[in-house]
Design a protein around this ligand. Structure first.
Ligand code: PMP
Length: 477
């Protein structure tokens, strides 16, 4: 961000900054610079300031503008030798890697570029709900960091042992050799997709689902089929049909306080589902970051706790119950799978840094863990209530939603006619961000409101901004 108190003008500062980025190769010769409008947004200045900065760079011969094709970094001619840079833009465009949905990138960019936005988009806890004091305390003890070398790619053994004790409270009885530590559920999903499945395989995921926000399913070349979610979760009958019709090889579920709907799979369906999985020998991936946030203090029993046939790969995470920035997750799986995935970790990055693993191992067994969870549940429930009250008050019967009993997401269908991109645009202008329903694979008209991340003091104002945005988006239709 340019410094408004500096002796240099804003445009000079921006020109210097862009010049440096060009010289270090961030924008090589022949590549396109971001548009004037985009840079103006990024630097928080008027577009005319960026126009002046571009004029300065043009006079230095560093950039060229071509009408219709944007502003390009010049290709220098030195003596008779013409230097050629690789066409990096083509490398990026031609790879088989699928980028995040445009709507999702827009939300991310708004959060990075516009200070003060009320954030009900990011799927994480607010800082006051994280155990920062406890973690700082643990890190400042010299005994915490006992070893700093490469570790076992399956994960730091004392953390796996602490997790065996932790998982018992959820009714999961396992051994340290059945656990692999990952850098969060995201990496667990990635490892499963890339190391256990092959392009062309058919899998089933919930609809709507967190997984829809993950282009990694498409990058992996999988055929993805949908399982509609109602307030009691997915219907096992739908899984049977998909298995018959498409020979699905794996089912991905988030049964407890689902992201994005908050749905809780009913007991009856859990029993049916586990019977079906063992009848069809069908692997289930249970993504369970939220069960310990159950507001009544009684976590729902995971599918893994009912898994007599060994059908379930269980994915857990520290992100939603403590701190997403520590990047600690885990999987519980049959030995052969754990070995294969540990081998993949060895190839990928030699396993996770031992530092957060040592910290989390200590925290899980500490006297501070239980009181932290209690505070977390109270804090989340309080913000859920504020969100529900604000929606009722500002939207009356125009917002329809289920009230989640745990987790951090509320899925809301808005009765109004608007285009999704218009609503997002208007909402960002009004100072509020959420996740548009289509990011999670749903029909338009739904929004995901994450009360975990927003400050309690901002929720009412945020929902009022959303209401204003709906009115404006409707007027624009
Ligand atoms: N699964 C679900 C259901 C989630 O909500 C999230 C976070 N939004 C993740 C996986 C990834 O979380 P992390 O990698 O931080 O554990």
């Amino acid at each position: 961000m340019p410094d408004r108190a500096s002796d240099k003008t804003l445009y000079e500062q921006i020109a210097e900054h862009l010049e440096q980025r060009i010289r270090v190769g961030e924008f090589p010769p022949g590549s396109l610079l971001p548009s004037e409008r985009r840079l103006a947004e990024q630097f928080g200045v008027n577009r005319s300031t960026v126009v002046l900065a571009f004029a300065e760079l043009r006079s230095l011969g560093l950039i060229e503008s071509r009408s219709g094709s944007g502003t390009m970094v010049s290709r220098p001619e030195e003596g008779a030798i013409r230097r050629h840079s690789p066409d990096w833009g083509r490398f990026a465009d031609d790879s088989s890697f699928v980028r995040n949905p445009a709507m999702f990138r827009k939300v991310r960019e708004a959060l990075q570029q516009i200070p003060g936005l009320i954030d009900m988009a990011s799927g994480e806890l607010s800082a006051d709900l994280m155990p920062t004091r406890e973690i700082v305390d643990i890190m400042s003890r010299s005994s915490t960091l006992s070893y700093l070398g490469y570790d076992n790619p399956q994960g730091y053994p004392p953390l796996r042992e602490a997790l065996v004790r932790y998982l018992q409270r959820l009714g999961i009885h396992t051994t340290d050799t059945s656990i692999i530590i990952t850098s969060g559920s995201q990496q667990s999903l990635y490892l499963i997709l890339r190391c256990l499945l092959s392009p062309g395989d058919a899998v089933a995921i919930e609809d709507p689902s967190y997984c829809y926000s993950l282009p990694m399913f498409r990058t992996a070349g999988l055929r993805v089929f949908r399982l509609p979610v109602d307030r009691h979760g997915v219907n096992p009958g739908d899984i049977r049909l998909l298995h018959k019709k498409h020979r699905i090889k794996m089912v991905f579920l988030n049964p407890n306080f689902q992201n994005p709907t908050g749905a809780l799979l009913s007991n009856e369906r859990r029993i049916q589902l586990m019977d079906l999985a063992s009848e069809l020998a069908l692997p289930i991936v249970e993504d369970d970051p939220y069960s310990l946030t159950a507001f009544n203090g009684v976590p729902p029993a995971p599918l893994k706790a009912m898994d007599k046939a060994g059908s379930v790969i269980y994915i857990g995470s520290f992100s939603k119950i403590a701190a997403s920035g520590l990047r600690i997750g885990w999987m519980v799986a049959p030995r052969s799978i754990v070995e294969q995935l540990a081998d993949a970790r060895q190839q990928m990055d030699f396993g996770l840094s031992v530092i957060p693993q040592q910290v989390v191992a200590t925290f899980l067994d500490s006297a501070g863990f239980e009181p932290h969870l209690e505070r977390l549940r109270i804090g989340l429930q309080f913000k859920r209530d504020l969100t529900v009250d604000a929606l009722r008050h500002k939207f009356n019967d125009r917002a329809r939603f289920w009230i989640p009993e745990g987790g951090m997401h509320l899925w809301c269908s808005i009765r109004a006619s608007f285009s999704e991109s218009q609503l997002l645009e208007q909402s960002i202008r009004a100072g509020f961000v959420y996740v548009p329903g289509s990011v999670h694979g749903s029909e338009s008209g739904c929004v995901r409101l994450t009360y975990g991340r927003a400050d309690a003091a901002d929720i009412d104002r945020g929902i009022a901004a959303l209401r204003q945005a709906v009115d404006r988006a409707e007027a624009d239709e």
